[in-house]
Design a protein around this ligand. Structure first.
Ligand code: SF4
Length: 423
């Protein structure tokens, strides 16, 4: 096979991308399987042309899909991530193949950086102790057999090692990349990137080196930090080529505060308003909601909030994979209540003007997706409610799930269905 032919199994990521997940493990990209431990812990300059990476590249060039990429063989979206990588770097694929020695090694430079840590100011109920240091600290301090059943042994390994690894290894590597690599995109997620001490210095470095105008930044951020932090960031952000700013927010007011435990909605809204008024033209702002069984009952209020702020929405369903708080998964809502929720939403959405619909049409699409889910009871109702109570006991002064639900007639109906068994 000529090196110029791009095989089906080829993906640009193992040539142009460096990724570390919030749990401190290296992967080919954010959806690939983790690299084996003995390789994952290597510094980048050893990992880049390790036996593992060389083997991945060789497999792709021999048109064999590496086992860590199986998700791109069974995608859960229309466009696979592999297609996305190839379309993101259209000119680079052939050059990347050309750069590759027969043993799979390459001197191709990194263009896309995505290093995450689990350092986070919040402990969202949709999250997990392995992805949030605050969540981990909370669980560790109160560790008991119920929490162990929910989260495994994680509570016994405090302080969380990955924050330390990030500070001592990965943030230094990321800084180094600003000098040695050809960065054109950086994705910041976490954890919460804005509470990372190396975040602003890294941007400053790119500005100082006059590289910022070539770099596209993308964020998933919770806006739950100080306004001064946001202001300092904005001063640097204006130098970058484009910014995609996805603000994670799972409702309005105390609905958001319940799901995103630790968030002060007032502080969040102050930051959001400041950003709306002061955002540079290159910044595209989105309110990014994770649909849960709680905020589905308040989706009209959330859509009204986005319309009032004149900010585009995006969203996804909390479905498979999350077992700690099964009641928050969208499929835990019964068929009866689900149908009524959809009818209410459809009637609300139909009354919006075209420009309002444009702002919230992803919410409408995600509602339709919710309509296709199969109501499922993941564990018994008693077990679900017990887990809910276990976690709510960690936050004694905060709102409670069933109380919030019962603010709505349909929420009350679902509460009755949930609690007709003894807890
Ligand atoms: S093929 Fe898919 S899973 Fe593998 S590196 Fe590319 S995008 Fe990631």
């Amino acid at each position: 096979m000529s090196k110029k032919e791009i095989p089906y199994a080829f993906c640009t990521a193992p040539w142009v991308h460096a990724h570390v997940a919030a749990n401190g493990k290296r992967r080919l990209c954010c959806i690939a399987e983790e690299a084996p431990e003995q390789y994952s812990k290597l510094p980048w300059n050893e990992f880049k042309n390790s036996e593992y990476m060389k083997n991945v590249r060789k497999q792709m060039l021999e048109n064999k899909v590496p086992p860590e990429c199986k998700i791109c063989e069974n995608p859960n979206r229309v466009e696979t991530m592999r297609d996305k990588w190839i379309s993101m770097y259209p000119g680079e694929s052939a050059a990347a193949v050309e750069s590759t020695a027969p043993d799979g090694s390459t001197d191709f430079k990194i263009k896309y950086l995505d290093y995450r840590s689990n350092l986070c100011n919040l402990k969202c109920r949709t999250c997990d102790p392995s992805a949030s240091s605050s969540f981990h600290t909370l669980v560790s301090k109160n560790f008991n057999t119920d929490l162990k059943a929910m989260f495994g042994d994680i509570g016994e390994t405090s302080p969380m090692p990955t924050v330390k690894n990030y500070e001592s290894i990965y943030s230094k590597e990321a800084m180094q990349f600003c000098e040695t690599e050809d960065l054109t995109r950086i994705y910041f997620a976490g954890g919460e990137p804005f509470v990372e001490s190396s975040h602003l210095p890294l941007l400053q470095k790119l500005v100082d080196q006059k590289k910022a105008s070539n770099v596209i930044l993308a964020y998933n951020t919770n806006l739950g930090y100080s306004l001064n932090t946001l202001k300092a960031w904005l001063e640097l952000a204006v130098h970058f080529k484009e910014i995609y700013f996805f603000v994670s927010i799972d409702g309005e007011g105390d609905i958001a505060e319940y799901i995103r435990a630790g968030l002060k909605f007032k502080n969040f809204e102050t930051n959001l308003d400041y950003l709306i008024q002061n955002k540079p033209p290159e910044l595209r702002l989105y309110l990014d909601i994770t649909f849960t069984s709680l905020n589905l009952f308040f989706m009209q209020e959330f859509a009204d909030f986005a319309i009032r702020k004149n900010v585009q929405t995006t969203g996804k369903l909390m479905v498979f994979g999350e077992n700690s708080f099964p009641l928050l998964r969208c499929e835990s809502i019964s068929q009866n209540v689900k149908q009524k929720l959809l009818t209410e939403w459809n009637s609300y959405f139909a009354k919006l003007t075209e420009s309002q619909k444009n702002l919230v049409n992803v919410l409408d699409g995600t509602m339709k997706l919710f309509g296709t889910t199969t109501p499922t009871q993941f564990v018994s109702k008693n077990e679900s409610l017990h887990r809910l109570k276990t976690f709510e006991n960690l936050h004694p002064n905060e709102s409670k799930f069933l109380e919030l639900l019962s603010r709505k007639p349909l929420g009350t109906e679902w509460c009755r269905e949930l609690t007709n068994e003894t807890i």
